[in-house]
Design a protein around this ligand. Structure first.
Ligand code: NAD
Length: 492
């Protein structure tokens, strides 16, 4: 059994902590994968100090060279894709094809960020003063703290680590405790690509303890967090109290609108993928489908049929469509929401129970679940479930569909299925989400496109795309006076 180690100052070191967390395969609890010691605050501080020391040299390394190391890490990730994907499936539970997709996305992100090392420029700006030259350039912030969730244990760390490093920052990375091996393997790709010691550090442990210790350390200049809304808002407050930058990507309650002219088979496939793919444990999962009344019954007949054909099981085996919840507490949370929805009067169309036939009894499986006649005021419509549960809301008009879609505190992603271009453009203009799709699922995001949400989902500059470098750098404004004369007149 593996014991995971912290990465501090270029060395993988076993924690001195006696407190341990067991890494278990959520599809089969007999499969114990490893043990992760929960680091002490002193170890968190040591990681920040190692990063602060490494920053002095790393910031002087030219950005194209930093980018070349990150591009090499992408290449190494590509060579290790299958190995890492299998580890990801074993510890997180998503099926192997989804894990491979996550690896590909991570490789794309690292490639994109690596290439940006050659483009990390500023601007030249005309000045009011004659014979004066004004320009801007970007500089790194210093040590940055990266805090990530378990549901994309490879892609989310990569989409934070890669731009942070290319920008010239050094990193203290606090991965989710539930997925330590994916974090370790990803860090190793960066190290094997030639990252100097101390530039990337990892501390495993409790978010409340080591996460807080890292963010509160005076050397830490920014925090990039992805996770739940409750924790993210706390991280944001903590960062604000220190006056450091924060970027928080949080929960979702993503809607799909299906209009009466939609291609129903396309819509059903997209909604089923969005709702039940990755067991609904994606921030971009489809959790609400808003159906125009004339197509509601036909749509529901098809999606129930699709859900009934899904094969649940260990994602490492062939022919499996859906894996388990990440752990027992997440499974219990999903089952509780199912009870709440029933209690509120939503109509259970399919699923609604733990799946425990045969080998499934060893894992944390919940049936794909569909609730019809959900109303916007119900908790199942408002709160993030993070499981394979789809709420159906029937509406009478496009205006009502938009009002329901926007009646959420979250604003991550959304989609509409229709052939009517007038409606498409109105929808794009009015939908209150940071990402939106037309005639495709609520999922995904390409490396070169900004990722992130509006409202209660996103705080700070967006992740991915070239905007992300705005978060990881600060812009210095430079005035060069080549008149050689004392300045008269304008002095402000
Ligand atoms: P979580 O908020 O419980 O934990 C996220 C990370 O924060 C973990 O590493 C955790 O240890 C750490 N943490 C916990 N308490 C902390 C504290 N007080 N200070 C600092 N760090 C702390 O989230 P989770 O259960 O791991 O992940 C699921 C959530 O992530 C869902 O809400 C999902 O929507 C969200 N998510 C959002 C996006 C996005 O881009 N918007 C992407 C993926 C996941």
């Amino acid at each position: 059994m593996t014991t995971y180690r912290n990465l501090i100052g270029g060395e993988w070191v076993v924690s001195t902590s006696a407190r341990r967390f067991t890494n278990i395969n959520p599809a089969n609890t007999d499969d114990i994968i490893g043990e992760v010691p929960l680091a002490t605050c002193a170890e968190a501080v040591a990681a920040v100090e190692a990063a602060a020391m490494a920053f002095q040299t790393w910031r002087k390394t030219p950005a194209p060279q930093r980018g070349a190391i990150v591009s090499r890490a992408a290449q190494i990730m590509s060579e290790r894709r299958e190995q890492i994907a299998r580890v990801l499936t074993r510890e997180e539970g998503k099926i192997l094809t989804e894990a491979r997709g996550e690896l590909q996305r991570s490789i794309n992100i690292a490639e994109f960020c690596g290439s940006q090392g050659r483009r990390l420029g500023g601007e030249t700006i005309p000045l009011e003063l004659a014979d004066n030259f004004g320009y801007t350039f970007r500089q790194p912030l210093g040590v940055v703290a990266l805090v990530t969730p378990w549901n994309f244990p490879v892609a989310i760390p990569v989409w934070k680590i890669a731009p942070a490093l290319v920008s010239g920052n050094t990193v203290v990375f606090k991965p989710a405790t539930l997925t330590p091996e994916s974090a370790e393997l990803i860090a190793q790709c960066f190290i094997d690509a030639g990252l100097p010691p101390g530039v990337l550090n990892i501390v495993f442990g409790s978010g409340a303890e080591v996460g807080t210790a890292i963010i509160d350390h005076p050397a830490v200049r920014a925090v990039s967090f992805t996770g739940s809304t409750e924790i993210g808002l706390g991280v944001y407050r903590q960062a604000a109290a220190r006056g450091i930058r924060a970027q928080c990507e949080m929960g979702g309650k993503n809607p799909v609108i299906v209009m009466e002219d939609a291609d129903l088979d396309l819509a059903v496939a997209g909604v089923a993928n969005g709702a039940f793919g990755s067991t609904g444990q994606r921030c971009t999962a489809t959790s609400r489908v808003i159906l125009m009344h004339p197509v509601a019954d036909a749509f529901l007949e098809k999606i129930v049929d699709s859900a009934s054909k899904m094969r649940l099981g260990n994602g490492l085996e062939d022919g499996i469509d859906m894996g388990p919840s990440i752990d027992e507490s997440q499974m219990s949370k999903v089952l509780e929401y199912i009870d709440v929805a029933k209690g509120e009067g939503a109509e259970l169309l399919f699923g609604g129970q733990r799946a425990s036939e045969g080998a499934l009894s060893k894992g944390f499986f919940v049936q794909p679940t569909i609730f019809d006649r959900v109303r916007p005021e119900m908790r199942i419509h408002c709160e993030e479930v993070f499981g394979p549960v789809l709420s159906v809301i029937r509406v009478e008009s496009f205006e009502e569909a938009m009002a329901v879609a926007n009646s959420s505190e979250f604003g991550l992603t959304s989609s509409i299925y229709t052939r009517d271009m007038t409606r498409v453009f109105r929808y794009i203009d009015e939908i209150e989400t940071g990402i939106t799709h037309v005639n495709s699922p609520t999922l995904g995001g390409e490396a070169q496109m900004p990722f992130g949400g509006m409202k209660n989902t996103g705080i700070g500059p967006r992740e991915q795309g070239s905007e992300v470098f705005n978060f990881y750098t600060e812009t210095k404004a430079v005035y060069i006076d080549y008149t050689g004369a004392k300045r008269e007149g304008k002095l402000y």
